[in-house]
Design a protein around this ligand. Structure first.
Ligand code: ZN
Ligand code: ZN
Length: 399
């Protein structure tokens, strides 16, 4: 069973407070959930929010467990035939049903689902200033423990600073039954932490940006365990599902611990978000976040390889030393390709219907994000950006 820890008086000079009261992952966890709910100090009336896929997984059981803990749970189930999108319509539908379920408002909310349900509930809880609890149904992304709330506003994905849940619970018996594409997406989001670390280290060592070794080590260990066991994903190995969920929750809470997304998101996420927005705009199939992060990671790792070659050619010892340090943990693009192939996740642009022009635009545009120092920002600083991007696109396998 997993337990998160706060870090008081960290060597980085800060105190890292996770702010989530209870986190638990384990086999058969839901069966005794009332014992944990009893300790949360919740008021009486709650609203359980699910969709028609997630409610049958554990809806009745969750209601019964809250009841054993003396809490009343009404329910609202999104009955959409199509994929639920966290946009104005879904937020509106949820808010209307919040009003319909209780005369004023519930005392707390419970999200039974993965990314979209959790984010809709996170936003509602944030606006209504009430706590929320997450019962996760898939190890599909690292947003469960995150303070950020990505919503689609006016057809564009934007992250609103909202709040973390009071508690997160994941029963491995439930999450291992998630669609394989969601499990793979979770792995894709985890793979993204490799270049996120390189970018954060680059910002720290080259630009003096704040960095926390302890928080990064927590993420590193969780990510390494998942990569070592990549071959067990297709079989939905229960132990690995627990480890993957733990890595996703840890990287989500690492963001809360340092107060920004640095430990979990770098250039690979910038690229993935660009693809996501282009897909929304063009009405193309929208792939799950983690699948786009996997493609973004392949491009970002290639970018580090191309940059390293250029750095070597300068014969600048200090710069060479810097690049050796920040890339020491990175697999080669060939290794990354092999890892992703083992899991069965696409790394090629074409396979996801992403035109090379989008990849080019995403990489060139990444430098516009002034509050994030990426490998691409470094390339621009050296006057190499256009050449590096062209070389990356020439060298990546895209079909
Ligand atoms: Zn620290
Ligand atoms: Zn992510």
């Amino acid at each position: 069973m997993f337990k998160s820890n706060d870090i008081a008086d960290c060597t980085c000079g800060r105190t890292h407070d996770v702010a989530i009261w209870d986190i638990a992952i384990g086999k058969g966890l839901i069966a005794n959930l009332h014992e944990r709910i009893n300790k949360l100090g919740l008021a009486h009336n709650g609203l359980l929010i699910a969709d028609k896929n997630t409610f049958p997984l554990a809806g009745e059981q969750v209601i019964a467990e809250f009841s054993k803990a003396g809490k009343k749970l009404k329910t609202f189930v999104f009955e959409h035939e199509q994929k639920l999108v966290p946009n104005e319509t879904s937020v509106g539908e949820l808010f209307i049903n919040l009003g319909l379920s209780y005369r004023e408002q519930p005392d707390f909310l419970v999200a039974l689902g993965s990314g979209t349900i959790t984010d809709l509930v996170r936003y509602a809880a944030f606006i209504h200033k009430i706590p929320f609890i997450v019962i996760a149904t898939a190890p599909s992304m690292d947003g469960y423990a995150s303070v950020g709330c990505p919503l689609v506003i006016n057809g564009k994905k934007q992250t609103i600073y909202a709040k973390v849940p009071l508690a997160i619970y994941a029963d491995t018996e439930i999450i291992k039954q998630a669609p394989l594409t969601m499990i793979k997406a979770g792995f894709g989001d985890i793979i993204g932490k490799l270049t996120a670390k390189a970018d954060w280290l680059l910002g720290h060592l080259h630009k003096g940006e704040y960095y926390c070794d302890k928080v990064q080590i927590i993420v590193d260990q969780a990510v390494a365990t998942c990569i070592e066991n990549a071959d067990k994903i297709q079989a939905r190995d229960g132990e690995l599902m627990e480890k993957q969920m733990e890595a996703l929750i840890l990287s989500g809470s690492a963001m809360s611990m340092v107060g920004n997304s640095r430990p979990a998101s770098g250039a690979e996420h910038y690229i993935a978000h660009y693809f996501e927005n282009q897909m929304l705009k063009s009405g193309l199939t929208l792939y799950l976040h983690g699948h786009l992060v996997a493609v973004g990671s392949y491009l970002a790792i290639k970018c580090y390889e191309v940059l390293f070659e250029r750095v070597k050619a300068t014969n600048d010892a200090a710069m060479l030393n810097l690049f050796s340090r920040i890339t020491a943990h990175l697999p080669s693009s060939t290794n990354l390709k092999e890892i992703l192939q083992t899991v069965g996740i696409e790394y090629r642009l074409n396979a996801l219907g992403i035109p090379r022009s989008w990849a080019k635009k995403a990489m060139l545009q990444a430098i516009e994000r002034k509050d994030r120092y990426y490998c691409l920002t470094f390339a621009a600083e050296k006057g190499w950006l256009n050449d590096v991007v062209d070389q990356v696109l020439e060298e990546v396998e895209d079909a």
